[in-house]
Design a protein around this ligand. Sequence first.
Ligand SMILES: Nc1ncnc2c1ncn2[C@@H]1O[C@H](COP(=O)(O)OP(=O)(O)OP(=O)(O)O)[C@@H](O)[C@H]1O
Length: 228
Amino acid sequence: MFIRVSGLSKTFGKGEAAAHALREVNLEIGKGELVSVTGPSGCGKTTLLHIMAGIESIDTGEVWIGDMPLHEAKEKQISQFRLEHMGFIFQSYHLIPVLNAWENAAMPLLARGVSAREAKRRAIEALKEVGLKDKLGTYPSQLSGGQNQRVAIARAIAGKPELIWADEPTGALDSETAKQIVGLLEMLNRHHGTTIVMVTHDQGVAERAERIIHLQNGRVVHDGGRAV
Ligand SMILES: Nc1ncnc2c1ncn2[C@@H]1O[C@H](COP(=O)(O)OP(=O)(O)OP(=O)(O)O)[C@@H](O)[C@H]1O
């Protein structure tokens, strides 16, 4: 299994103020899967995603991404691993306003030490793949929400990661644009075999994945097909 989570618990705060974000979560996600993580607000979706991405620390339990044990690796190792193997997509895009589309898409590659010339080439290739070949030099303020999310997706795929984490990728988009963005993620999953884990509270979006992991109160209460 590519991603293996076992006995994962996470609590924020202490005593009466403690929030038990995750309780004894176990799951396995195979290479090339497209998985939705869904559930009501506060059930632990983002915490789970952040822990699997090595952004949030682990209280108890184990998280393996391939051969990498996130529960015992050093922060520096995890950062490097993240840069090399993972791409991220957020609800609010997280683009840098003073950089144009290709410069934004090239950022993680530059952070990884790829040469400027090669980073630009790969960023442009990724932007073409998401349908933005006419917007290479355009700035985020001049693009629509859907176009900005495409730039963010190009940034996520420019380094050809095995794994993409998407946190509410359609949360800021109208339903038609949301459909197109999910369609794009499906296409990337199919064509490149990229494993995609997508947090969404939108049932319609969640159901586009063959596998839905439903959380409630920090626990996995459903893991499988669409019948939530
Ligand atoms: N940094 C933090 N400090 C304290 N409590 C936190 C922190 N992050 C999350 N929590 C708490 O952990 C629980 C799970 O939060 P999380 O953000 O993972 O839920 P979620 O399912 O993603 O919610 P939403 O759909 O509203 O984004 C909540 O009770 C939340 O208040």
